[in-house]
Design a protein around this ligand. Sequence first.
Ligand code: WTA
Length: 657
Amino acid sequence: MSTTESILEEPQAFLPHASVAAYAAISGMDAYRALVAEAERDYPAFWARLARETLQWKTPFSSVLDESRAPFYEWFRDGTLNASYNCLDRHVEAGNGDHVAVIFEADDGTVTQVTYRALLERVCRFANALRTRGIKKGDRVVIYMPMSIEGIVAMQACARIGATHSVVFGGFSSKSLNERIVNVGAVALVTCDEQMRGGKALPLKNIADEALAMGGCEAVKSVIVYRRTGGKVAWHEGRDLWMHELTQAEEGTCEPEWVNAEHPLFILYTSGSTGVPKGVQHSTGGFLMWAAQTMKWTFDAKRSDVFWCTADIGWITGHSYIAYGPTAIGATQVVFEGVPTWPNAGRFWQMIAKHRVTVFYTAPTAIRSLIKLAESDPKVHPDRFDLTTLRLLGTVGEPINPAAWTWFYEHVGHSHCPVIDTWWQTETGGHMIAPMPGATPLVPGSCTLPLPGIMAAVVDETGRDVPNGQGGILVIKRPWPSMLRNVWGDPDRYTKSYFPEELGGKLYLAGDGAVRDEDTGYFTITGRIDDVLNVSGHRLGTMEIESALVANPLVAEAAVVGRADDTTGEVVVAFVVLKGKRPTGDDAIAIANELRAWVGKEIGPIAKPKEIRFGENLPKTRSGKIMRRLLRSLAAGEEITQDVSTLENPAILDQLG
Ligand code: WTA
């Protein structure tokens, strides 16, 4: 039985709407299967074709995939190109300079539009300014910016001169920012005076000053500041420079630096199993090709679309589907500075109506929290807004539960927009497993099938395929062009984390569990299999939070686990042993608040534990290993049914429960 036929029998399967299928780049399952077969037939030829079709190369590549240094794969290595040229100049040269590139809506609702021609000019001025400051190809520039046109300009300007950017999410603390600046060896920092979110100003420049003062940042010679609010900031003469003053003095054209396809376009830090975040290093050619190709396949996006991805440029989604993907295909996109719940929870729906958004891409957490608010206040219910321009919806970052999926489908998509559940990661650079809107029958809760060319599979602990219907470890069997190239400065960690010996050393280990449907082969992601939590779609390492907690002078020991949550997917629960005596009552509340604030300072507010429980000890085996699965059960409020006979101190469970 073919995939399409068998899924038709599933009561909850949603077939592509005729109108969507007719318009789609991949129309019908036969077209999808033909692409899958093309990739299987001649893997390098398939990718070479896409890379030639989606990008404009300065010098064409002759080598497609070089596996001689596996797992350090190289794609299109002898080709040269420039990412910013492909995202901007290309469209202006084709006569589309007046097409709107970005519709920016500020926190207070003010709207600014910028065309491709204007965006190119701004990128060129800023690129020239970076060059004037001595920044050149291969240098690293950290960008600590709010959602803004200027943030995109900064990223594209780095790409234009061959500098490698590393964007740090504006919600990270000065300590996290410092660690990233030091690790990446930045020579410049681009930031802004203050960030506006939900009517509140956050002093990014002050935080950046603190980060730079913590030491190890001596290489940072330029701090370029975008003036957003005009709020008061401290100024270090000679080092600090206003973005608008620098760019005024520069020309509006700038010859791009033609780089090798493997040249690192950016480094983005993400959480892993240890206390230290990893700098995920991406290439120029492979990354950009896939950002553009997935825009066309997964979102079926065209130049005429008004695309809106609500992610932040500080995360991978904001790299692939704000800064690069939409511009690479010349589409119009909405960029939003604020938050979905301010001034009220109708903000997203109101903005979709106002800007006539056609493709809307957001996170399950946002949907779940907006459902709650809409159900309790009809004024902010999507039914109240004109959402008729929408033709496609997408989700990312965490599993979407069928109830939220269905609400999104019915109330936002009016039962005719496909909901595209996209599974991917910082490391994968772009979508990996997702439905094709004009082809794949949708099943709520499943990200369905791999994109053509992506060899996803479910295996056991030894790397052997498991049959459909049986859970296992999600892997990718062959390298693909947009995969990460390295962990910045730590090739050993790259190999060990992503191509572990236990699986044979050749499979890419995603760190997620998955199961495939027995009939359809559809993938359902069952969550992380490592010590990484997913809170509101943000990746957090339990070890990172534990290291932050034990850095507090009061704390002797800490263990952090996740607990399932209806809205945010997971919440952080910390079990803490103090150096002094175990606090109770008001003392416990006060110390818990102090520790929460501490974690906010050490990492950022997103990492604050929702709950902190104090014990005289933690449940440990006789060999001293913390039994995390017991802590997970305690956090969930479950009765302990597991075997506790190996536990050194079983009585501790009562104290922590
Ligand atoms: C999770 C975000 C289920 C997963 C693009 C993955 C998902 C991690 C989905 C990567 C999805 C992302 N369904 N889980 N559609 N998308 N995840 O690096 O655990 O911030 O490994 O990249 O988010 O998070 P990251």
